[in-house]
Design a protein around this ligand. Structure first.
Ligand code: ATP
Length: 328
């Protein structure tokens, strides 16, 4: 029989995302509701190795549901990738009486958790926190919805200036391997074209499409480009190409960058974080381990960590068609 869980540790790891604080709050308060202790672990796995812990209660997480970033800080820990580092982490957890862990992070953080569970039989649960929405087993990761809203708000502003000056804007958004942000925010912001890693539009088709837009009477255009799109040129190289070959376009570039990771979480992310935090703690108390809690069809679900790590997320091809029709 598995050991009774009396104290749960919670940490945030990898890239931060809006909604992580709401998830910490949920984990802490669910522990309190079930009358067990909760310990916050600073700086992800690095803090775990160094024993950088803080006892947390319901009042230590007040006024954070609306805050971006993570009050527990995040880090990328090289030491945790080594057996020696993980041994130190295990010793620190044992010393502090921690019986189980909730890890809020991306697939790298889940990989670390899975290895740690395999080596020490330590109960772990993952909550997906990344703006990229590229984790298998959940329709939404924490921070994704907020990032979409941030991108749409920025592009709305860019559109004002683009239309005043008849300009063509290339807007780069985050997404090295996944085009979820570009595709959804692009449609939401009314972009003429959207370039994503999963589909190679090709430079010729982009040029052709923009020329068609111009001929149809559009005086300004917005092209949303995911960092990892397959056209083979950075946004700046694309601008150079247009300046040289299509001088009739007045091209400007905007790279949204890290502002997409910050900001107050949307209501959707706050509710998601609250639901996932409750589920993660209650599953640990029910003796479950090595799962990621996620959401599919508006129901909170469990996916084995290994599947969440290795599974592949697909973009919705229907959205590509919608985007094409909208840019007619
Ligand atoms: P993001 O998607 O924002 O990058 P992530 O969780 O994928 O978030 P990573 O930097 O890949 O971010 O991983 C976070 C941490 O998880 C690493 O710094 C490391 O401590 C731990 N980790 C990742 N991979 C492994 C591994 N193979 N073995 C042990 N620990 C790992």
């Amino acid at each position: 029989m598995s050991k009774e869980i009396k104290k749960i540790g919670v940490l945030t790891s990898g890239g931060d995302s809006p909604g992580m604080n709401a998830a910490i709050r949920s984990v802490v308060r669910t522990c309190s509701y079930h009358k067990i202790e909760c310990v916050g672990i600073y700086r992800g796995y690095q803090g775990m190795i160094e024993g950088d812990f803080i006892e947390m209660g319901p009042r230590s997480v007040h006024n954070i549901i609306n805050k971006g970033g993570t009050i527990l800080k995040s880090a990328r820990s090289k030491d945790f990738r080594t057996p020696e580092g993980r041994k130190k982490a295990y010793d620190e957890l044992t010393k502090a009486g921690v019986d189980a862990l909730v890890i809020i992070g991306g697939d790298g953080s889940f990989t670390g958790a899975e290895i740690f569970n395999r080596e020490y039989g330590f109960p772990v649960m993952g909550i997906p926190g990344t703006i990229d929405n590229d984790i298998f087993g959940t329709s939404h990761t924490l921070g994704y919805d907020t990032a979409l809203n941030t991108v749409v708000e920025c592009i709305d502003k860019i559109r004002d200036t683009a239309s005043s000056h008849n300009r063509l804007f290339f807007v780069e958004v985050m997404g090295r391997d996944a085009g979820h942000i570009a595709l959804n925010a692009g449609i939401g912001a009314g972009a003429e074209e959207i370039l994503i890693p999963e589909a190679d539009l090709g430079l010729d088709r982009l040029v052709e499409s923009l020329m068609k837009s111009k001929a149809s009477g559009k005086s300004s255009s917005i092209v949303v480009i995911a960092e990892g799109d397959k056209i083979g040129k950075s946004v700046f190289e694309l601008k150079d190409y247009f300046d040289l070959n299509l001088p009739e376009y007045d091209v400007r570039v905007s790279v949204l960058g890290h502002m997409q990771r910050g900001g107050s979480p949307s209501c959707f992310d706050r509710v998601l974080a609250s639901r996932l935090g409750v589920k993660a703690v209650e599953c640990l108390l029910a003796g479950k381990s090595n799962f990621m809690v996620g959401m599919l069809n508006d129901a909170v679900t469990l996916t084995p960590l290994l599947h969440a790590i290795k599974g592949h997320t697909e973009i919705d091809r229907e959205l590509l068609r919608v985007s094409e029709i909208m840019s007619v």
